[in-house]
Write a protein that binds this ligand. Structure first.
Ligand SMILES: [Mn+2]
Length: 410
């Protein structure tokens, strides 16, 4: 067998909507919006610099249908750089850029080969003795086990299966092209280049079955370092390394407050905890979700002054590092004493608001309203299990507490 190197990437999601930061700073928002494209450009730079032999994208190049040709022009420009470097590119359509989903086209350079969507196809690199097998998605959802129909391996060659799948299920990813590790193993290939799951995962070492994850985190659901995988094959022996490509990062931090912490004390406590967060950034801007937990005597003050408090938390982040941006402040503190109930009784609101657990009718009604809102959100945002990041009961509790805190101040 010959020696060669290739890059396995997936889930570029070019054109993905940006899911927001607490900051209203347009320049910072732009930096996060641009990050997905910059991540792909950085990966192309690496491919050219390291003189790899071929490049795989295992589905979801695009996040959805293009609203104009801008994203197609961008992709063409980048893969044309690979063509000028003599690097072939193999594309597979995933659920987000299935044949039926993308209605516009831009002619791509000749180095780009795309797997068929109606049956599995094979591309051969004769000089390397490498065969790539794959089938893309015709429709947004693929419920059949595509892997089982993949062809027999080319004997004596290095065989790669390219597939967009969630295997036997990877929450919260939709269960498309379901298959087991045994199904993949049964094909007798050397490497499985998977896509669809956005976290990096080595599913199996023999054969090597890999999810590279996406190139850039796009929301708080996609935390930590993101990138692709570089695979080196020397006389049949495989080695892999991650190439980290993200330009901005998402992280979460939970801080437990003390019941007697007033607002300045909470901010000091937060600042002390934030010191370790800077390590997660590795030179990148960080979108940080901060969750405050525990009990507090100052809870109603926190709720009533939510906007000012959020800005104070952002300021505390910037005192630790100029590039820590608050993605969301999630205040989950419980009252240290039952202060809220006292103020309710004073105003005579006690009978109007449900104070304990909410009735199932109320939760069902809230769920229906959330589903209605989620369906109107731009593509992708409402697709998760919890489109508004919390379940209906938590959102109802938040609304009730906000009302009570405002009433207490009135
Ligand atoms: Mn996908």
């Amino acid at each position: 067998m010959s020696s060669f190197r290739f890059i396995h990437s997936a889930d570029l999601h070019l054109g993905s909507p940006f899911q927001g930061l607490a900051t209203k700073d347009a320049a910072i928002a732009e930096l996060f919006i641009e990050a997905s494209r910059k991540a792909f450009s950085a990966l192309v730079d690496q491919a050219v610099e390291r003189k790899i032999d071929f490049f795989i994208v295992a589905g979801d190049v695009y996040d959805g249908d293009w609203k104009d040709n801008k994203i197609g022009l961008f992709f063409n420009r980048e893969v044309a750089r690979l063509e000028r470097a003599g690097i072939p590119v193999f594309l597979l359509k995933g659920n987000h850029d299935a044949e039926s989903v993308i209605t516009r086209t831009i002619t791509l350079p000749k180095n780009v080969s795309e797997f068929p969507v109606n049956k599995p196809g094979t591309f051969r690199l004769d000089h390397l003795k490498v065969a790539l097998h794959g089938q893309g998605f015709a429709e947004r959802s693929a419920s059949e086990n595509l892997a089982l129909a993949y062809p027999k391996p080319e004997p004596g060659w290095f065989n790669i299966g390219v597939l967009h799948t969630s295997l036997t299920g990877r929450e919260p990813h939709a269960p498309y092209a379901p298959c087991s590790i045994e199904d993949l193993r049964s094909r007798g290939y050397n490497y499985w280049a998977l896509g669809h799951v956005h976290d990096f995962e080595i599913v199996s070492e023999d054969p090597l079955i890999v999810f590279p994850g996406n190139l850039q985190g796009r929301s708080i659901r996609e935390q930590g370092a993101k990138g692709a995988v570089l695979v080196s094959v020397e006389d049949g022996h495989m080695a892999y390394e991650r190439i980290i490509t993200d330009f901005a990062r998402f992280a979460e931090l939970a801080v437990e407050v003390d019941p007697d912490d007033n607002i300045p004390a909470i901010l000091r406590r937060l600042e002390n905890t934030l010191d370790t967060t800077a390590e997660k950034m590795e030179g990148r801007p960080l979108a940080l979700r901060i969750r405050l937990t525990g009990k507090s005597r100052f809870r109603s003050e926190l709720k009533a002054r939510a906007d000012d408090f959020r800005d104070e938390v952002q300021a505390a982040c910037h005192r630790c590092h100029e590039d820590i941006w608050l993605e969301k402040l999630d205040v989950r503190v419980e009252p240290a004493v039952n202060g809220a109930a006292v103020s309710v009784d004073l105003l005579g609101l006690g009978g109007l608001l449900p104070m304990g657990t909410f009735s199932s009718e109320l939760v069902a009604d809230a769920d229906a309203r959330i589903a209605e809102i989620a369906s109107r959100l731009p593509s992708g945002i409402g697709a998760g299990d919890l489109p508004l990041d919390d379940d209906a009961a938590a959102l109802l509790a938040e609304a009730r507490d906000l009302l009570l805190a405002r009433a207490a101040r009135a």
